[in-house]
Design a protein around this ligand. Structure first.
Ligand code: HEM
Ligand code: HEM
Length: 167
């Protein structure tokens, strides 16, 4: 679940950043929007399953060598990642639907829009999506840096908690 969401989020972020640039060729922009909206929507159930799994399964204790402040930092940043993993796709979904735009996959499957066209709600969701995106990028930079530090420098087994067999 970690690596499915990680791979999806690490492609969603550059797609979102590039597709909102001015002066992009229209076919490229359309393709990126199609990719971003539909993969992002598919991610909603994946993230909810991941969250449900996490809430019902405790991770094993961290190695004794991890200092208390780093345990707290890990706990806080993991909660932030989970919150952002829910806020990002939901705010994107509301931004698109309240703006009156299609989500092609759901439309093909015959789902209704669920949210009527509401420009003010679309604007609020757009602002939330953009703010949460930059927070997510910042937390991820710390997260990936910390993970690599455990894998390459400390070699204390934290990396292999998420990548079994690579202790
Ligand atoms: C190359 C990218 C990434 C690497 C190398 C990486 C590595 C890791 C590692 C080693 C852990 C285990 C930490 C532990 O056991 O305490 C972990 C946990 C976690 N990662 Fe990542 N990660 C990456 C990307 C992401 C992304 C993109 C997300 C989500 C946006 C994410 C969300 C999480 C969360 C929420 C946890 C906590 C799991 C738990 O509940 O214990 N990670 N990551
Ligand atoms: C984990 C999921 C997601 C991530 C990490 C993500 C990330 C991003 C990023 C980094 C941007 C560029 C910053 C901005 O201008 O807002 C963006 C823009 C955008 N995203 Fe997402 N997104 C996700 C899910 C979704 C979903 C599910 C939808 C719609 C169904 C969506 C629709 C949009 C739209 C329409 C924009 C352009 C906003 C504008 O009008 O300027 N996103 N996204």
């Amino acid at each position: 679940m970690h690596w499915i969401t990680a791979a999806a989020v690490l492609t969603m972020i550059p797609a979102g950043l590039v597709m909102t640039q001015e002066g992009l060729a229209r076919p490229v922009q359309d393709a990126l929007f199609l990719f971003h909206k539909n993969l992002g929507t598919l991610l909603i159930p994946v993230i909810l399953v991941r969250l449900a799994y996490r809430l019902t399964h405790r991770p094993p204790p961290l190695p004794e060598t991890v200092p208390a402040w780093q345990r707290r930092a890990a706990a806080v940043s993991h909660v932030m990642l989970y919150v952002l993993l829910v806020v990002m796709p939901l705010s994107g979904f509301v931004r698109v639907r309240a703006g009156g735009y299609p989500i092609e996959l759901l439309d093909r499957l015959g789902f209704g829009p669920w949210i009527g066209k509401t420009p003010k709600l679309a604007d609020a969701a757009q602002a939330l999506h953009a703010t949460a995106a930059f927070l997510l990028i910042a937390v991820l930079a710390i997260h990936i840096g910390a993970a690599l530090q455990h894998a390459l420098i400390r070699r204390d087994g934290v990396w292999s908690r998420m990548w079994p067999g690579r202790g």
